[in-house]
Ligand binder design. Structure first.
Ligand SMILES: *[C@@H]1O[C@H](CO)[C@@H](O)[C@H](O)[C@H]1NC(C)=O
Ligand SMILES: *[C@@H]1O[C@H](CO)[C@@H](O)[C@H](O)[C@H]1NC(C)=O
Ligand SMILES: *[C@@H]1O[C@H](CO)[C@@H](O)[C@H](O)[C@H]1NC(C)=O
Ligand SMILES: *[C@@H]1O[C@H](CO)[C@@H](O)[C@H](O)[C@H]1NC(C)=O
Length: 197
């Protein structure tokens, strides 16, 4: 009898779903296939590029190539998209290193190439001022790289760096950035819980 009970308990625990829904906090997005909470769930619960972690402040963190960390506020499993923010509230600082070509994630909006310039004087009203301005004390502006030659000369401005293939929203003061992942990653993500099911 004891043996039978033991067998039953073993069977129940083995059948228990190790890929159950999880979150980083009670207001954080639900994490499930194709996402996986790194170090908490086995690898087969998600796809490699969909590994998430929880920050010390219980935010949901996604790593993008190369060494770009973004916070996920919301995951829409129906439209297969995520809403992201920058952990420090200034995307232009870290998106210099962003390269999504090897990632399943793509911007939902159109993408362009941009060039950043650091200008000493303030009040360049025809240019878009970025959040980097506040840190450097000078004015950091952004222009479309392709149309650069049509702008009035940026006298005394110093070219900083390019940010390639991003949507213009990354330069908004409070960006609502959306990335999407392709349908073929998991077919109908709604009903799947792991790679092996
Ligand atoms: C994060 O979550 C843990 C466990 O729920 C809680 O003890 C801690 O206070 C939370 N930290 C923050 C910064 O909210
Ligand atoms: C998720 O995406 C679907 C399909 O695009 C849309 O109908 C739905 O409103 C979205 N949900 C939220 C909460 O935005
Ligand atoms: C992005 O990375 C790929 C290789 O993964 C490389 O071929 C490509 O040149 C990179 N793009 C940029 C803009 O650096
Ligand atoms: C930045 O973009 C401009 C315009 O497309 C280009 O001429 C320049 O070489 C780029 N700079 C770097 C460092 O990639």
């Amino acid at each position: 009898m004891i043996f039978l009970i033991l067998l039953l308990v073993l069977k129940l625990s083995a059948g228990q779903d190790e890929c159950t829904l999880t979150t980083c906090s009670h207001h954080g997005p639900t994490i499930r296939f194709p996402f996986r909470l790194n170090n908490h769930q086995p690898q087969h619960c998600g796809y490699p590029s969909f590994d998430l972690s929880c920050s010390q402040t219980n935010d949901t963190v996604l790593d993008l190539p190369f060494s770009v960390k973004v916070l996920i506020n919301y995951i829409n499993y129906t439209s297969q998209s995520i809403h992201i923010t920058d952990p420090y509230g200034c995307f232009p600082r870290q998106l210099r290193n962003l390269n999504l070509s090897s990632s399943p994630f793509q911007f939902s909006d159109f993408v362009y190439d941009f060039s950043l310039f650091n200008c000493p004087a303030k009040g360049r009203q025809f240019y878009h001022r970025t959040c980097l301005s506040d840190e450097s004390g000078s004015e950091v502006i952004v222009v479309y790289s392709d149309f650069f030659i049509y702008y009035e000369p940026l006298l005394s401005c110093r070219k900083m760096y390019n940010i390639s293939s991003v949507s213009f929203e990354v330069f908004d003061q409070t960006p609502d950035l959306q990335l999407k992942w392709p349908k073929q990653i998991c077919g109908n993500c709604k009903h799947k819980t792991s790679i092996v099911d």
